[in-house]
Structure formats: C-alpha cells, structure tokens
Design a protein around this ligand. Sequence first.
Ligand SMILES: [Zn+2]
Length: 422
Amino acid sequence: MRTRKTNYYITMELGKYSFGTGDRFAYQGKAQLAAIIKARDIGLDLTPVWNKSNREHQIIGTLPVSVRLEADQAIKDSGFDNPYFVDADHINMESVDPFIDHSDFFTLDVAAYIGNVPDSDQIARGRAMISKLEKTVNIAGLDKAILLPDDFLEEVLRNYLLAIEAASELYAYIVEKKGTDNFIAEVSMDEVDTPQSPNELLIILALLAEYKIPVRTIAPKFSGRFNKGVDYVGDLELFREEFESDLLVIKYAIEEFGLPSDLKLSIHSGSDKFSIYPIIGELIRKHDMGIHVKTAGTTWLEEIIGLSKGDSQSLLMVKEIYKEAYLRQHELCSPYADVIDIKKEDLPQNIDKWSSEETSAAFRHIPDNSSYNPSMRQLMHVAYKLAAERGDEFRQALKRNELIIAREVEENLFERHIKRLF
Ligand SMILES: [Zn+2]
C-alpha cells in the first residue's frame, strides 16, 4: 500500500539473532553467557537477553533489579564486550513500573486486551487507519495473494484494535519514563487460546505502524502446542508454512508500512521446542531474517538436573521438591493450565530410591532416552516456586554444586538449543 515511510530514530541494535535466556533464581548468568561465547567462538553472534516475567517475579518473590544485577555481573566476570539486554517480559500498564529503571527491553503484553470489542467510533477510526490497504495483497514469496475482504478486516479490528491501542499507551508511558531509543520494544500476543494467522499478522503490523510503535520483535501465537519445557506438539508442515508466511509478511510490513528494518519474530518457546528449531533455522536463513528466541524455564530445569548429580543432600532435596510438587499439582499447574499436558499416570508417586543417574535422566530433555519422562519434566518446570520456598537451603545447594550445574546449563543451551537452531 506504501502509505508512508516512518523513519524511526533507532540506534539501539538488538542484532540479527538474539537469545532470551531467563534465569528464575539469577545464579546461572555466567554459565548462560558461556554458551553464547561458545557460539561466538564458532562464528555465531547472538545477543543475550535476560528475561523474567512479572509472574515469575511474583511467584518467587524477587524484584526486577535482581535480573539487572545478575546480567551486569555475568557480563563483567566474562569480559563480554557485545551488546546485551534485560527484558521486562510480559508486562502491562499495571506491572511495568518496577521494571522501568532496570530493563532496556520491554515485552508489551497485549494478550489480555485481545477480544475486547471496540465501540463503533473506534472501529471506524481503525478502518480509516487501514483504508489504504488493497483488498488483495501480493507478497513476494507467498504462493497465494492475501485477500482482505471487509468482514475479515472488521473481525480483526474487533479482536485486536484495543490490544494495539493498549500497546501504544504502554509504549508511550515507557518513552515518557525512559526517553525514546533507550529500549527495545517487543509486542507479545502469544498467551492466548487462538493463534494469529499470517493474514491477521499483516493487519496487526499495519496498525502498529499507524500507532507509530517502533516494534523490533513481535511474538504471535503459533499453531500447535507449546507446552512448558517439552517439545512442540503439532503438525510440523503446517508450522513450517505458517512460520514462513509470517516471515514474508514481516518483510512486507517493513517495506510497505515503514516499520523498523530489523523487525523480527520472537518465539516464546516455553523452552525446548527442539523439533521446530531446525525449521526456524532453515527459514530465517532462506529469507535472510533475524530471530529472537526465548527459552527461559529450561535453565531452572538444568539446576534440578545438576542438583540431582550433585551431593547427596542436593539429590535428596530434588526428590523432596518433586514429592511436594506431586502433592501440590493443582496449585502449581493452575497458572500454567493452558501450556502443560501432564499425564498423571506417568508421574511416579515415589522416587525415594532413585539413583542420581535415574533422577537426572528423567528430567533431562533427551527425547529418545528411555528414562526421560516428559510429565515429570513439565511438573518440575512449573514447580520453581517450591525451590523459592526453600530459600537459603536451595541457594546454598546451588552454590555448593555450582560447577556441576554450570556445566549442565551451558551444555543444554549450546548443544541442545543453539546448535539445533542455527
Ligand atoms: Zn510468552
């Protein structure tokens, strides 16, 4: 449509490939960075981004400043001299304030506003904003033209207009506090039931441009299940098609709507989506696009694996945490009900007699290892609150077993994640 070119003033570079590594307890920053440095040594530049959502802070009882301190310390200790960021992950107007001073990456979560229906005046305004879009949009690389009949546009506006407006207000609020170009803005829509199609993404991007939000990464919800800590469940061919269409839509939106030239997809993986990693890697290379991948909870599980392999006291603690998680399943799983798929019959009630090897292998994500237990892994993924409740006992165990845990954290990120993706 080539409505206009917005020349966003941007100097902050996120880099083509960036990697969101959350760290629930803020002890593994250096080990995570070691994986990034290993990647750099083989010629792959990744920008590390430490992310921790408001929900995780609340469940654990930590403050956003802790992530900033962890990241700065890890960077200093490792002599890392490339850019890095601290992401206020999944924030909204109610939760943003404590993050303002400590983050330089903000994930504007608009999920709660999706489906809020605008009134007729607002719809009319939205209509005017996208009125220059042709009814048939041809996008280079897509087999079929994207058709935008009136009823489809109306439906997208009804679902997303107020969400984009909320992103715009939140963005303006952060600019007011931090100034322009002092942070990276992501817009996330992944925590909803219904995936956004590439056609919907096109309209959403057109609206983001109209609201002048210099979005650098966008996290749609993709088809298929992104269960916590375990592999993707869904049709890989459909995912490929959808992901490639999204990439091409983004390319088009950069050109035609004047969005920032480095705009890229952000995958909120829920950790460890191994079977789609090679597809993502292949397609971003094919279309010369960047990517941001968040894989946060995976590091907490490596702490559990490392502790299983550590001293006898820490192995015992892992078993106690598991036993308690088994008993408190309802409470722990409720906040994550839509993103876990635990088979109760696969959860052993008692693992008291399990060896260190058996315990760590059950949690370690090696899909073809017969000891790997996806249900136990998912339950443990959502059980980090129990470690937080143990307070000093847990922190001391992390310290005592620091080296063995660091090795697991680094190997997991480098061998199982980065190598599969890039
Ligand atoms: Zn997310």
